[in-house]
Design a protein around this ligand. Structure first.
Ligand SMILES: Nc1ncnc2c1ncn2[C@@H]1O[C@H](COP(=O)(O)OP(=O)(O)O[C@H]2O[C@H](CO)[C@@H](O)[C@H](O)[C@H]2O)[C@@H](O)[C@H]1O
Length: 483
């Protein structure tokens, strides 16, 4: 077995604020069939330590970035989990990155430097009994781990490092004054080290120091070579050339299958689609929507600019005008939350809005709404369109990143060939989104192409099979010195 240490700030089901958690939670099972054992390292937030009651302490740091810390060994499902138990850093109420009011913790730089330092120790022999061939660092929160491994490794043989970008918009940028507190040598302060526009860049540091970089779809891997999507890191990504791999996310069938989903009043498959009607009734009830003949569009999303939610807010009138109804679950920017609440007041019975985070309700929407709207300005992979495809909730998506790679647009040729799975639109503007909604309503009225689209999506394979193999091949090639 090839042994991999996967380091991240979230993992389903212990702690989740978005798609990163789903992927980190799914990777151990996705890679096991390919001879890779994944050990996940997570910060010891209250929810994580509480869920790992019988965890065993396997290591101690008297001073990890200024605070004492322990390493606890536990399980994430059937797979090994390590928890960085550093109460001064992680045992606090609120979310993983911010307090209950949504304000980022002031010491995030220290919290995620500590996580990275612990990971690098583990991946370079500083903790007896723990050896890893590959360190797999996810997003900026784990970004310093490859840098520590390169500039200040432990006493043993350093693992190979892979950095995975789930979203290049979040980069972990801090003032230069934190540098002396990171425990890195002066040599790390350079353009090919951790220095980034005069400050410290955590994601930049990880991308620079890693032996290989991956991101979560082939199209996004191309897009981030350009300034429009690279957000300052395009030069670095372009310079990495062939060492940047786009590996599309899969979905975990144990959690996302309409046949077995406990959150659905009625379970169903592509062969028993009419059963979905009971779930649609449940969506109507939960979102206080009047029954009607038209489609229910849903949204399950962070309410942010990235997700194009401002454009969607301005499309609500048109959607309702076309006999559509909207059920929205999300949270994020306060102005957008207010805009959707206001839309719900303006269109009672036609627009229902739940501001908040609700895992079970997200499953009900996928299993009961007719279509899911995903007007993202950029989308590294996107998971909600994959859940939509698996659940017969037709995705209506902007043609970008992983959305472009996973949804087959229902143009007349694709409909005639019986391969369409959703609707794509080229630009995130009000006219294009409105046009996409119009196309959806027309296809829904025609029934046959709509049902065909639902079935096409449900019959596609979005399991981790092929992508798990690609990660395993990449890890193996690094270890063998081929990459
Ligand atoms: N209010 C709410 N209540 C319940 N569940 C909610 C919710 N809002 C969102 N979710 C859930 O959070 C996850 C969101 O995942 P996405 O991949 O769509 O986007 P995200 O931007 O978080 O992830 C980033 O990382 C992932 C993983 O690589 C990439 O797919 C993506 O493109 C990138 O932006 C889904 O599981 C969704 O159901």
């Amino acid at each position: 077995m090839l042994s991999v240490l996967s380091v991240a700030s979230e993992a389903y089901p212990l702690v989740k604020t978005g798609g990163l958690a789903d992927v980190v939670g799914a990777l151990p099972a996705a890679l096991a069939p390919h001879g890779v054992q994944v050990t996940t390292l997570l910060p010891g937030y209250p929810a994580v330590t509480a869920a790992a009651k019988r965890a065993k302490a396997v290591h101690q740091w008297p001073d990890l970035l200024g605070h004492p810390a322990r390493l606890l060994a536990s399980k994430l499902g059937d797979h090994p989990l390590l928890i960085l138990d550093a109460p001064e850093l992680f045992a606090r109420p609120g979310g993983p990155y911010a307090d209950a009011t949504g304000r980022d913790w002031d010491d995030n730089w220290r919290r995620f430097a500590a996580l990275a330092r612990a990971a690098a120790d583990l991946a370079s022999g500083a903790v007896p009994g723990h050896t890893y061939a590959v360190l797999h660092a996810h997003d900026w929160q784990a970004g310093l781990a490859p840098a520590y491994l390169r500039f200040a490794p432990g006493p043993g043989r350093a693992a190979k490092a892979v950095a995975t970008v789930h979203n290049i918009a979040f980069q972990g940028r801090y003032d230069a004054e934190i540098f002396p507190h990171l425990g890195l040598p002066e040599s790390a302060w350079s353009v090919d080290g951790i220095e980034y526009y005069g400050g410290v860049g955590y994601l930049k540091a990880g991308l620079e120091a890693a032996d290989a970089v991956t991101t979560v779809s082939p199209t996004y891997a191309d897009e981030i070579r350009e300034p429009r999507f690279g957000m300052g890191l395009e030069g670095l990504i372009a310079a990495k050339g062939e060492r940047v791999h786009g590996i599309v996310n899969g979905i975990d069938p144990a959690i996302w299958s309409p046949e077995i989903d406990a959150a659905l009043p009625a379970r169903y498959s592509a062969r028993t689609l009419p059963k979905r009607a009971a779930n649609k009734r449940a969506v109507e009830q939960r979102f206080e929507l009047d029954p009607g003949p038209g489609p229910i569009f849903c949204v399950v999303s962070r309410l942010t600019w990235q997700k194009g939610m401002d454009v969607l807010a301005s499309a609500v009138d048109a959607l309702v005008g076309m006999s559509g109804r909207l059920a929205l679950l999300g949270s994020g920017d306060q102005a957008l939350e207010a805009a959707f609440r206001e839309a719900a007041q303006r269109f009672p019975g036609r627009v229902g809005v739940r501001v908040g985070y609700d895992e079970a309700l997200s499953h009900l929407l996928q299993g009961g709404a007719d279509a899911i709207l995903i007007p993202s300005r950029f989308e590294p992979c996107g998971l909600t369109q994959l859940y939509g495809l698996a659940y017969g909730c037709v995705p209506i998506v902007a043609r970008t990143g992983g959305l472009a790679d996973t949804v087959i647009d229902a143009n007349e040729a694709a409909i005639a060939a019986g391969v369409a799975t959703g609707i794509q639109f080229p630009e995130v503007t009000l006219p294009h989104l409105t046009r996409a909604i119009t196309r959806a309503v027309d296809l829904y009225d025609r029934r046959t192409p709509w049902t065909q689209m639902q079935k096409n999506g449900m019959r596609q394979d979005f399991s981790w099979g092929a992508s798990g193999r690609r990660y395993a091949q990449l890890f193996a090639s690094l270890v063998e010195g081929l990459e």
